[in-house]
Design a protein. Structure first.
Lengths: 312, 309
């Protein structure tokens, strides 16, 4: 045991490790790799695990301006779920989430299927569909704020064409504002989904298509009943990517509407930020962020169980 | 022989489809092609429209914007909005335009990209070739942690940065970017180094090369593509960040995205839409340039980076 440890260390660092290996200590074996992993260990242990536990713990306190360990049980959660702003945030998140999921998948898949028809200029089209993804949510939000501006944007132009009663002002109408935000989100994000789907389509054996053609199955039926079921792993990955993006929606809302009109387009991430850094009500912020964590756990755990649990 | 009496476009089309399996030759202007390309052009126009409107608006004067419509090209091209957005637009008390935010973003992005990639590449290499007991546990935590909403960890990091005296400084933000870039980058590098032939590593060990020797002289030169992918991923990701910028910096060190949002969404003063759009393009320019130059590598990067969620 003694010599073995010494040998391995010696092989790793012939010169300067020799003196250390006089006293064999398993901690020093493979020392360089351990040193190289210190940032990872700190990030995983202190920030990810420690930070998460800290936030959850302090969500049970009545911390205001500064975090204090003055436990009040579930008070913060109780207050959270009777605050209209939080309820609107959750409702918005659900609508935004449903729209993102359905339309990203459908549009992303249709675009990928169109590009997969052995067309010319495929690279050009792909570049055009994907470029919004390179832009930040702030830039996306501000462009669409301008396009949807009722006094200058699309509504103004259509009215100028003679259709005087035309009305399209999603960002200024509190009952549909979240749909206006979704338009911008879809413009920005569908390119990515298209790329993932296209990679999935390219992974499908050409023989499947030949066989379907020989059997005289129409193209849409081949897609619906043969290709899509075969792309199950791609769809699941895409679903996880879209879902984890939904919970994080923040910048887009800040840029497009700042939560307005009134509080009509608030989202949970913004609620957390505002309560932590503006309202000086840390406890509420922690409780809200813990709810966000819970929603992610509810999505991720069943997926992880299905994906990884089944294999064992 | 039968080809001889058909017209030219048909020949071109049939040659494209030449192969043992192709269906009968199609005409270029078949109903299918008109439908296919028509749809693609309409969708492409939709995707390009916001970019077009941005550029057109930024080149108009305010009177023209008030009178005209947003889709019409400028009658008189003026670059004044661009100059104003860059050097004199106001955010709060500062009236030195977006240039301040631009240089802040540069000073944030460059060290963050270098630091995060340096840490993650060495770490990925250690995980792939020098595994020690417990390494995989931390790696799994790291990957799972990538799915935790940032909001859960924002405040603990504020406290940590305050303790070490970096809260509000650019170095603090660099550390934050390195932390949150770590899961995806480490995964990227670990998978890449794991796919390299094991014999290479063994041979180097036998020849007496150590941890750093193998990394610097064998692994690094062989993994340039993955470094390019990582750089693309990080440059666009960090440049586009808003949340960390707004939480961990002060007004005079705000990155470009935060400053842009403050310029455009400020409630004071008359709205100058042309200046706003010029500022918006300026902010989007860096990631757009990276995107158009990098092409296929960008796609590879985001396919990997998408896991980041």
């Amino acid at each position: 045991m003694h010599t073995q440890g010494r040998d391995r260390t010696a092989l790793t660092q012939p010169a300067d490790e020799m003196s250390k290996s006089e006293r064999p200590n398993p901690l020093f074996r493979n020392l360089n790799a351990k040193v190289a992993s210190i940032p990872m260990i700190l990030t995983a242990g202190v920030v990810f695990v420690g930070g998460t536990l800290w936030t959850v713990l302090y969500s049970f306190t009545n911390s205001k301006l500064l975090p204090r360990l003055n436990f009040v049980g579930l008070d913060q959660y109780y207050r959270l779920w009777v605050t209209p702003r939080w309820l609107i945030s959750i409702e918005n998140l659900l609508i935004y989430g449903a729209i993102s999921l359905v339309f990203s998948l459908v549009i992303g898949f249709l675009l990928a299927a169109l590009l997969d028809q052995k067309i010319r200029f495929e690279d050009t089209f792909r570049t055009i569909f994907l470029y919004p993804f390179a832009l930040s949510f702030i830039v996306t939000g501000l462009v669409w704020q301008w396009l949807l501006n009722p006094d200058f944007g699309i509504q103004h132009v259509v009215r100028g064409l003679g259709w005087e009663s035309f009305s399209f002002d999603p960002l200024y109408n509190s009952s549909i504002v979240i749909y206006g935000i979704s338009i911008a989100a879809l413009w920005q994000g569908t390119g990515l989904i298209m790329c993932l789907m296209l990679a999935g389509l390219r992974g499908i054996d050409e023989d499947i298509w030949k066989a379907a053609r020989v059997d005289g199955i129409p193209m849409w039926k081949t897609y619906l009943f043969i290709i899509i079921p075969m792309m199950r792993p791609v769809f699941i990955t895409t679903l996880v990517i879209i879902a984890s993006g939904i919970v994080k929606v923040y910048d887009l809302v800040v840029a497009q509407t700042s939560g307005g009109p009134g509080i009509a387009s608030e989202v949970p991430a913004k609620y957390v930020y505002d309560y932590m850094f503006f309202a000086q009500n840390l406890g509420q912020g922690f409780a809200a962020s813990t709810m966000m964590l819970l929603s992610v756990v509810i999505v991720i755990v069943p997926w992880a169980y299905l994906e990884f649990g089944r294999r064992k | 022989m039968s080809m001889a009496n058909t017209n030219a476009p048909t020949i071109a089309a049939s040659q494209d489809n030449a192969g043992p399996y192709g269906p009968k030759p199609r005409r270029v202007f078949s109903r299918r092609n008109i439908f296919l390309y028509g749809t693609l052009f309409v969708i492409a126009a939709y995707y390009l429209l916001p970019l077009y409107v941005m550029v057109v608006t930024s080149l108009k004067g305010m009177p023209e914007i008030r009178l005209g419509n947003i889709f019409s090209p400028p009658l008189e091209i003026t670059f004044e909005p661009w100059v104003k957005a860059w050097s004199t637009a106001c955010t709060g008390l500062n009236c030195d335009g977006l240039s301040r935010g631009f240089w802040n973003s540069v000073r944030i992005t460059v060290p963050s990209v270098l630091l995060s990639i340096a840490i993650a590449s060495v770490n990925g290499y250690a995980l792939a070739n020098w595994r020690f007991k417990g390494a995989d546990t931390f790696f799994v935590i790291l990957i799972v942690g990538a799915f935790i909403p940032y909001q859960v960890m924002i405040y603990p990091i504020v406290i940590i940065l305050r303790e070490i005296g970096l809260y509000g400084s650019l170095s603090g933000l660099v550390i934050v970017h390195s932390i949150f870039g770590m899961p995806i980058l480490t995964l990227l590098f670990r998978n890449y180094f794991s796919s390299m032939p094991e014999e290479l590593f063994r041979a180097a060990r036998v020849d007496g090369a150590g941890f750093w020797g193998i990394f610097l002289r064998i692994m690094l030169p062989m993994s340039l593509p993955i470094f390019v992918v990582a750089i693309i991923l990080q440059v666009t990701g960090i440049w586009n960040d808003f949340l960390f910028g707004v939480v961990y910096t002060r007004p005079d060190t705000y990155p470009m995205t935060v400053q842009l949002n403050n310029i455009v969404n400020s409630v004071q003063g008359v709205k100058e839409y042309n200046v706003n759009m010029a500022a918006t393009i300026l902010t989007g320019l860096v990631p757009l340039i990276v995107y158009f130059i990098s092409g296929k590598l960008f796609v590879r990067g985001i396919a990997a980076g998408a896991v980041k969620g």
